[in-house]
Design a protein around this ligand. Structure first.
Ligand code: ADP
Ligand code: ADP
Length: 218
C-alpha cells in the first residue's frame, strides 16, 4: 500500500510536486500517469525515501522510509531502466544482487522463471534487448518477494506483445495481494497495463480514476 498525503517537493523556487495525495492499494495495478516533467520521478523518489518531502508524507505499507531504508521484502523497485553494462550473465547478475541483500539462490531461480528469463539466463545481460532488460529489472525488483512493487516506466519502448506479457505478470502479482505501482507518460500503455490510475500534471493531482472509467467516458 502507498499513501501519499499532502506531498510536496521544492527545489529552490521550483515546485516539482505540490499538495499531492493519493492511495495505491494492494490487489490492484495502479498506474501513475503524467507527461514528462509532471513530477512522477520526484514522487517515486520520495516514496522510496531517496528524496525527502518538503512537506507532507508518504507511507509505504504503513511506514515512512528514510534514506532508501525500505527492505527488499517490503518494497521492490525498478527505477528508470538503464542498459546494464555487464559481461555477467543475467543469472550471475541476479545472484550477486541477491547475495548483497542476504537472499538465497532458490529465490533467484524463482524470479528467473517468474519473469520468463530462463532461456537467456546464462547469456550476457549487457547484450539484452530492451524487453529482456525490462524483465531483468523486474526480476531484480522481485528478489525480495516484496509486498509493494514500484516500477518506473516498465514497458517503455516495448512492443504490444512485450507489454501484454508484462501486464499479465503484474496482474498476477497484484492478484496475490501485492501493491503494484507503475509510471508511464502514455495513456495507451496505461490502458494496457493498469486498472487504477493516478493522473498528475505539473506536480499536481489531476484525478484518481480507473482505466475503465476513462475508456467509458472517451
Ligand atoms: P517526471 O518524472 O514526471 O518527468 P520529474 O519528477 O522528473 O517529472 O520532474 C518534475 C519537475 O521537477 C520538472 O520540472 C523537473 O525539471 C523538476 N526537477 C526534478 N528534479 C529536480 C532537481 N533535482 N532540481 C531541480 N528541479 C528538478
Ligand atoms: P547500491 O549500492 O547501488 O545503492 P543497493 O544495495 O542500495 O545498491 O541497491 C541494490 C538494488 O536494490 C538496486 O537495484 C536498487 O534498485 C534496489 N533498491 C534500492 N533501494 C531499495 C529499496 N528501498 N527497496 C528495495 N530495493 C531497493
Amino acid at each position: 500500500m502507498i499513501e501519499a498525503r499532502g506531498l510536496e517537493k521544492r527545489y529552490g523556487d521550483k515546485v516539482a510536486v505540490h499538495d499531492l495525495s493519493f492511495t495505491a492499494r494492494p490487489g490492484v495495478v495502479t498506474g501513475f500517469l503524467g507527461p514528462n516533467g509532471a513530477g512522477k520521478s520526484t514522487t517515486m523518489r520520495m516514496i522510496l525515501g531517496l528524496d525527502r518531502p518538503t512537506r507532507g508524507e508518504v507511507l509505504v505499507n504503513g511506514r515512512r522510509y528514510r534514506d532508501a531504508a525500505a527492505p527488499m521484502h517490503e518494497v521492490g523497485v525498478m527505477l528508470e531502466a538503464r542498459a546494464i553494462h555487464t559481461g555477467r550473465s543475467a543469472a550471475k547478475h541476479l545472484l550477486a544482487l541477491a547475495r548483497t541483500h542476504g537472499i538465497g539462490r532458490r529465490r533467484v531461480d524463482e524470479v528467473i522463471d517468474l519473469v520468463g528469463l530462463r532461456e537467456v539466463a546464462r547469456k550476457r545481460a549487457g547484450g539484452f534487448s530492451l524487453g529482456m532488460g525490462q524483465r531483468l529489472g523486474i526480476a531484480s525488483a522481485l528478489l525480495g518477494d516484496p509486498a509493494t512493487l514500484i516500477l518506473d516506466e516498465p514497458v517503455n519502448g516495448l512492443d504490444p506483445d512485450g507489454i501484454r506479457w508484462i501486464r499479465d505478470l503484474l496482474r498476477d502479482l497484484a492478484a496475490q495481494g501485492r501493491t503494484v505501482f507503475l509510471s508511464s507518460h502514455l495513456m495507451s500503455e496505461m490502458a494496457m497495463t493498469a486498472t487504477h490510475l493516478v493522473v498528475v500534471g505539473r506536480g499536481r493531482l489531476i484525478t484518481e480514476t480507473t482505466v475503465a472509467e476513462v475508456i467509458a467516458s472517451a
